[in-house]
Ligand binder design. Structure first.
Ligand code: NDP
Length: 390
């Protein structure tokens, strides 16, 4: 039996992972499941999958988790240290699906035990890509991409020589506001931003899709995963979300990966890699679909993309500043403290601040230094917000 753990088990990616595991329960021995506030879901899944331990990120929810698991034989734990300890428990395969930079420390702990880490938590790669990759290398661990675009690129590169790769194109659905004019975007509401035309995902990534901060993160992820230069990475708006990514080769060939917009494909590919197994995802009927559309994203309506290229051009730990600021402005948008377009304006101001902080940005990439920049970026985002809103 394969020993597996799921970090962020109660979320959208976590639940899709559990759906796949449940279909073949006898093949897996579940070590740890982690979650946050959704104690009922965490306890129910830990019980159903007979996990060794269930961990909530919040210490003040430990009593609730203990009560829900009393007499079941499933251990209960809580807090950041417990999350890292859960990730350090030996497992053959681990899903990293915590949302935000909170996923970085557990992800590093997982890699340090030499596991195969299926990485959905894009924030950790944006914050500290080099640190994750280096940790994986030193501990003989493996990182498999779970973001659908990067899984698609990864699949497109099987058997290929990176020297032959000319460009990588990732697609964007365009999110909830794909066709909205700029003047209307400034008054976009939380409710409008929280509904995605094609994908069913957690609220934060859904809003990030509407602002294209999600695609901006994925551009940086592409660079980290595949080592290509920023000018080799392109984004195309593709409203149907069926072509997830394309790899362009030096002979002019363009290899596209197509599939239904269902995360269980990318999760299942990482779960069964290097094999392909049956997955319960819809099969595309291209004759019925008839037409697929592509266009270039509008930089005026979606400034987040330009900020990603600015972040990569600066290098060092600017990704941690970008991500910390992005997470903070998203908190403020969700709390209705700022407008939709304010998010990109504030992140740009935070990046400008860090442009003058070379000693921080160019310091050694360690978990402590990344956390320091992450915290400072959040403070700077708060300051910029206060200046903006009075
Ligand atoms: P969700 O918000 O649905 O789930 C997030 C998970 O993280 C939940 O288990 C949540 O617990 C837990 N969590 C929240 N805060 C913390 C914290 N501070 N410490 C530890 N755990 C915490 O997110 P998604 O599943 O949508 O996304 C997860 C990750 O995968 C993100 O990085 C996202 O960008 C990426 N991703 C998601 C895709 C999708 O289709 N959803 C596609 C590709 C990538 P609880 O809910 O119990 O509070």
């Amino acid at each position: 039996m394969r020993k597996i753990s799921i970090l962020g088990a109660t979320g959208s990616v976590g639940q899709n992972t559990i759906d796949l595991i449940r279909r073949d329960c006898d093949a897996y021995d579940v070590v740890a499941l982690t979650g946050g506030a959704n104690i009922a879901q965490l306890a129910a899944d830990a019980l159903a999958l007979q996990a060794d331990v269930a961990v909530t990120a919040y210490e003040d929810r430990l009593d609730d988790l203990r009560a829900a698991l009393a007499g079941t034989g499933v251990e209960a734990a809580a807090g950041q240290v417990a999350l890292v300890e859960a990730a350090a428990r030996p497992a053959d395969w681990m899903m990293s699906a915590i949302v935000g930079s909170a996923g970085l420390a557990p992800g590093l702990a997982a890699l340090q035990q030499g596991t195969t880490l299926a990485l959905a938590n894009k924030e950790s790669l944006v914050c500290a890509g080099a640190l994750l990759l280096d940790t994986a290398k030193r501990h003989n661990a493996r990182i498999l991409p779970v973001d659908s675009e990067h899984s698609a690129v990864f699949q497109g590169l099987v058997g290929e020589d990176m020297e032959a790769v000319e460009r990588i194109i990732i697609t964007a659905s365009g999110g909830a506001f794909r066709d909205w004019p700029l003047d209307k975007l400034s008054s976009a509401t939380l409710e409008q931003a929280s509904s995605h035309p094609n994908w069913d995902m957690g609220q934060r990534i859904t809003i990030d899709s509407a602002s294209m901060f999600n695609k901006a993160m994925e551009v940086i992820e592409t660079r980290e995963y595949f080592g290509v230069s920023p000018d080799q990475i392109e984004v195309l708006v593709h409203p149907e979300s069926m072509v997830h990514a394309m790899v362009g080769f030096r002979d002019g060939a363009l290899m596209a990966h197509l599939g239904a917009p269902d995360m269980r494909h990318a999760i299942g590919y990482a779960l069964h890699w290097p094999e392909r197994r049956d997955l319960p995802v819809a099969r595309l009927d291209l004759a019925k679909i008839g037409q697929l559309n592509f266009s270039t994203p509008d930089p005026a309506r979606f400034p987040a993309l330009g900020l990603a290229y600015q972040t990569m051009a600066r290098g060092g730990m600017m990704g941690a500043a970008f991500n910390g600021a992005k997470e903070r402005v998203l908190d403020h948008f969700i709390a209705s403290r700022i407008g939709f377009l304010d998010m990109a304006t504030i992140v740009e101001q935070v990046l400008e601040y860090f442009d003058g902080q070379a000693s921080l940005i160019d310091a050694a990439m360690t978990l402590d230094n990344v956390s320091k920049i992450d915290q400072l970026a959040r403070q700077q985002a708060d300051l910029a917000m206060t200046k903006r809103t009075g």
